[in-house]
Design a protein around this ligand. Structure first.
Ligand code: BGC
Length: 476
């Protein structure tokens, strides 16, 4: 804080004590990364492990020369989006899109209602926004970006394993999501065919590769978190002798790293985390995601702030709270971003006044400093853990070694990222990099190039739809 506000020693001592539960030493970062590698290995060798390591049946990475016009439907971030993407074949594209809100009722109601809403949104897009001509002969090809754990059995088929990120629609888990969507299109007589299913991480990887010729990792740090990277098909031993998969090639894997260490054996749980998990829609699942992603960081911070309000004697806001601060998920991660962006104590106070219903005169300089500290403490731990996931992937793909040392090739390691934390959270990338340095050393870290995967979900779905059409047996 110029913000270089000194707290009274007694208050500072309590904060230091709490902070020690959030700090990740280099040894701890190594331990977590090592465990990541072990869980990666388990997920590659067998089904039904929390780290699902899902084969995507996407067997090529684009190089920017791809062309075509496709529709994409993107469910799983903050909004539902329908897009029309034109790939120009020179690493560039044009995208037209419309966002649609998904209500809580749709997220938690009957799946058929949710999928009908998806079809209605595509219908609205085609009628009001798009230039695409619906012909009677040929259906429009659509790629579905569906950002939940889906066990794929083909590029256009996959069974929903579980919902995440606050979704819980009934009668979807265990079903083929492409089938659910296609049925909804057919009920509405929409001449659209869903030809490809893609996770947002895979979309991020494909779109970064399209724009820059190569990509080691596609990762999302947003409402949820996850990563995708390519492996040699031989390393995916759990596929056995699947005749649909050519040996000798590469396949992109959706790791579903949000479920890393669901046992919490190495994750640095504090009482604030335990409470978030216990009160969540999916207790004990998505453990890693609950330490990192935008859906949960604000809630961890809220629990921490309330513990200081309630401590005796009170350390925050003179023991007073507000209805918003008292409500579950009332402290949005976007407020943390605004608070960490603040240049003065006055600006921190303004965020609290505008979003949490505090009266300006009720917030002291100590309070502003403590809130700012809480946001930084929770967000830094999340970014460091994100660094473990990136570093583990660098090691897994042979580009780095735990403790330092590179792989055989000293090349630029491109990472395509998307999501609100990656895009907007102040200092997120620097903190991720600090952790990567501590895990694999400075030399390798300096070759990591993290860049936003522009419109990854839309462009990735288009690239995947293109690949699906190429792979499909030719029509008679
Ligand atoms: C989902 C992933 C997704 C990630 C980021 C997680 O909750 O399980 O499939 O990639 O969120 O959107």
């Amino acid at each position: 804080m110029p913000l270089d506000h000194q707290l009274p020693p007694a208050k500072q001592a309590v904060l230091d004590q709490i902070a020690s539960g959030f700090k990740l030493s280099q040894t701890k970062l190594h331990e977590i990364t090592q465990r990541f590698l072990e869980e990666y290995a388990l997920g590659l060798s067998a089904y039904n492990h929390p780290l699902a390591m899902i084969p995507t049946y996407v067997t090529g990475v684009p190089d920017g020369s791809e062309t075509g016009t496709f529709l994409a439907l993107d469910l799983g971030g903050t909004n539902l989006r329908v897009c029309e993407i034109q790939l120009h074949g020179d690493k560039t594209f044009t995208l037209r899109q419309q966002k649609y809100k998904v209500s809580e009722a749709l997220k938690t109601g009957e799946a058929s209602a949710l999928f009908d809403y998806l079809a209605d949104s595509v219908d609205h897009f085609l009628t009001e926004i798009s230039d695409s001509q619906i012909s009677n002969e040929e259906a429009l090809s659509l790629g579905l970006t569906f950002s939940f754990p889906v066990e794929q059995s083909a590029i256009d088929k996959g069974i929903l394993l579980t919902w995440t990120k606050g979704f819980a629609a009934r009668n979807a888990v265990g079903k083929d999501v492409v089938g659910l969507l296609q049925d909804a299109f057919d009920r509405k007589h929409l001449h659209v065919k869903c030809v490809a299913l893609v996770n947002d991480t895979v979309g991020a990887m494909l779109s970064r590769a399209y724009a820059s010729g190569d990509c080691m990792l596609g990762a999302i740090f947003g409402t949820g978190t996850n990563g995708a990277f390519a492996v040699k098909v031989e390393e995916l031993t759990k596929l056995g002798n699947d005749p649909a998969v050519a040996k000798g090639g590469l396949m992109i894997l959706n790791t579903e790293w949000g479920a890393f260490n669901n046992s919490r054996s190495v994750l640095p749980s504090t009482p604030f985390d335990q409470k978030v998990d216990r009160e969540s829609i999916n207790p004990t699942f998505q453990a890693f995601e609950k330490f990192i992603s935008g859906l949960y960081l604000g809630e961890i911070t809220r629990n921490l702030l309330l513990s200081l309000v309630d401590s005796v004697p009170s350390l925050l806001f003179s023991g007073l709270s507000t209805p918003t601060l008292n409500s579950h998920y009332g402290f949005d991660t976007a407020y943390m971003s605004a608070i960490e962006n603040a240049k003065t104590a006055q600006e921190v106070k303004q965020v609290l006044v505008e979003n949490l219903g505090f009266k300006l005169e009720a917030i002291s300089d100590d309070d502003a400093a403590i809130v700012r500290w809480a946001c930084e403490t929770v967000a830094t731990r999340g970014a460091y853990l994100s660094g473990c996931a990136v570093a583990a992937t660098m090691i897994q793909t042979g580009h780095a070694q735990l403790g330092g040392g590179s792989g055989p090739e000293e090349k630029i390691l491109k990472v395509g990222v998307d999501g609100s934390l990656a895009e907007h959270y102040p200092g997120f990338q620097d903190r991720v990099r600090q952790a990567i340095r501590l895990i694999v050393g400075e030399e390798v870290e300096s070759r990591v190039e993290i860049a936003m995967a522009k419109d990854g979900s839309g462009v990735g779905a288009a690239l995947c739809a293109l690949q699906a059409l190429k792979q499909a047996p030719s029509r008679p």
